[in-house]
Ligand binder design. Structure first.
Ligand SMILES: *[C@@H]1O[C@H](CO)[C@@H](O)[C@H](O)[C@H]1NC(C)=O
Ligand SMILES: *[C@@H]1O[C@H](CO)[C@@H](O)[C@H](O)[C@H]1NC(C)=O
Length: 493
């Protein structure tokens, strides 16, 4: 009898312990403070169990709440299995919710402090309910105070008179056939712009991030020029022009923003975009050991080294699966390098251990997804960079490859001979991505960059004649923002 009680107690203790060892974290656990198109958090089982595919079956999450107009608010949640004992839960709130409950179960039992309850309001992304104090907002969102790249980019700009700079930029770069850019004014948290050039369709990306931010927080008044093309514009050899670009290079001084690609995948998470920093982790099919020890690459013919890669791959078929998917720049070479191959799902890249990153016209904007997918990235040496490249370390987060690809084969052979090192680099890459490139980080980078930029302006910010207003999307279903003074009072309580 005593023995049985004793055994039961042991079992209870073990269950209790394992339950305590599940760690959860992420911005989706502060839904009342952090509003994202898709909120997300991470559930980490690694200290309690080795990963098995069954883990995902035993683990369940249920998120529900009430709406202001009906009983249930519309929430959609999904679970992404990273196949390493950690899961990403992401959920989209379609209308303002109250009494939101997050239930997290393992084998039908609550774990990790579940149920988590939030009285609300929990705003949907479309709600135009900006927090008044940007510092408080940055703090709520867990943003860093500063970024090395931002400091470096803004160093050369002090006491900026935009009246002068706008003229200089238009004089120098208004060439409708080759460059397109927009002059934005953010005044009283409203967005206005004038765009120049023939191809201004990409302003939807810069509009979207500015609209997102101004719905969430009262941004300081500011004025800036955003380059809508791939190539950075501000030459080093002249008095620097303040131009914001998606790609930087060693011979220019553009102020670098996260690319339109990763920004859009942040803002369209669980929406229009299927490849994003969260989905790429949940859709990888194979753990490292089960992946093929070859390097994979697909892409279009936007740079000569991409053709050279095909030559190298043909000579070493046991090390590569590489092909071109489109001919545009080197159409005359299609017979030699073709026929063009169909696209493969990006997620299939991670059936292989090694992924190659070769510049396209500028930096290849797939880099964040390659890092996040947990592959060992072979990165071509390049003068082009995205906002985070200077934080990456060769041989820690990726394996460097000469610009002319002359050591590519040798690098892959090294990886095959040093599987443990290669897998460590892959792990570090994913860790880097999770610490720096998730939606929360992309949002923070923009917010900190724009805030720091606004501090450098000495000219009065005013909406110029003839500018186009960029309105917020419709606020349906209605959001019922807390009046700001009401918010303040609640914080004091
Ligand atoms: C999960 O927890 C383990 C052990 O506590 C830690 O080493 C690891 O970095 C965590 N993983 C993630 C993705 O947070
Ligand atoms: C290369 O990858 C594609 C897509 O996964 C596959 O269909 C093809 O068989 C592979 N080719 C080789 C030579 O392994």
């Amino acid at each position: 009898m005593n023995k049985i009680i004793c055994a039961c107690l042991m079992v209870l203790i073990i269950i209790k312990q394992s339950v305590q060892n599940v760690v959860i974290n992420g911005p989706g656990l502060k839904p009342d403070k952090i509003v994202m198109p898709a909120r997300y958090f991470i559930v980490n089982f690694t200290s309690f169990n080795d990963y098995t595919t069954d883990m995902g079956k035993e683990f369940a999450v249920d998120i529900h709440g009430q709406s202001y107009t009906s009983n249930h608010c519309r929430v959609w949640a999904n679970k992404l299995d990273r196949k390493d004992g950690t899961f990403i839960i992401r959920y989209k709130v379609y209308e303002t919710c109250r009494e939101l409950t997050i239930n997290i179960y393992y084998k039908s039992k609550h774990i990790a402090g579940s149920p988590l309850q939030f009285s609300g309001p929990i705003y949907a992304d479309h709600c135009n309910c900006p927090e008044r104090n940007i510092d408080k907002w940055l703090n709520n969102y867990g943003c860093k105070d500063s970024y090395k790249q931002i400091e470096k980019d803004l160093k050369q700009f002090v006491d900026v008179d935009m009246n002068v700079q706008i003229k200089r930029i238009i004089d120098k770069h208004h060439r409708p056939e080759s460059t397109s850019f927009c002059h934005y004014v953010v005044k009283n948290n409203q967005i206005h712009r004038d765009c120049y050039g023939k191809h201004v369709g990409f302003n939807m990306f810069s509009d979207n991030i500015l609209l997102y931010l101004t719905r969430k927080v009262e941004m300081p008044d500011m004025e800036l020029v955003i380059n809508l093309g791939d190539w950075p514009l501000a030459r080093r050899d002249s008095d620097p022009l303040p131009i914001f670009s998606w790609c930087g290079s060693d011979d220019t001084l553009d102020i670098v923003m996260p690319t339109y690609d990763i920004t859009e995948s942040t803002l369209e998470n669980m929406g229009r975009v299927s490849l994003d920093m969260l989905s790429v982790q949940g859709n990888v099919q194979r753990a490292w050991a089960a992946r093929e020890a070859r390097a994979v690459w697909r892409g279009r013919d936007s740079r000569a080294e991409r053709l050279k890669l095909i030559d190298i791959a043909r000579e070493h078929p046991h090390l590569f699966n590489a092909s071109l998917t489109n001919y545009f720049f080197f159409r005359d070479k299609e017979a030699q390098y073709g026929p063009k191959q169909p696209h493969i799902s990006f997620f299939k890249f991670f059936d292989y251990k090694y992924q190659i990153n070769i510049d396209g016209t500028v930096a290849a904007y797939r880099m964040p997804y390659l890092l996040g997918g947990g592959g060992m990235v072979l990165k071509q040496d390049s003068p082009y960079y995205e906002h985070f490249y200077h934080s990456l370390e060769p041989w820690v987060h990726y394996v460097p490859v000469a610009r002319d690809l002359s050591d590519l084969v040798q690098r892959i052979e090294w990886a095959k001979d040093h599987d443990e090192d290669a897998s460590k680099i892959a792990k570090n890459a994913r860790q880097f991505a999770n610490d720096n490139l998730l939606p929360q980080h992309i949002i923070c980078y923009h917010a900190v960059l724009f805030k720091e930029w606004s501090k450098r302006l000495v000219s009065k910010v005013s909406v110029r004649e003839g500018m186009t207003a960029v309105p917020q999307p419709s606020s349906e279903p209605p959001c019922s923002c807390n009046p700001p003074d009401h918010q303040e009072k609640r914080d004091e309580l």
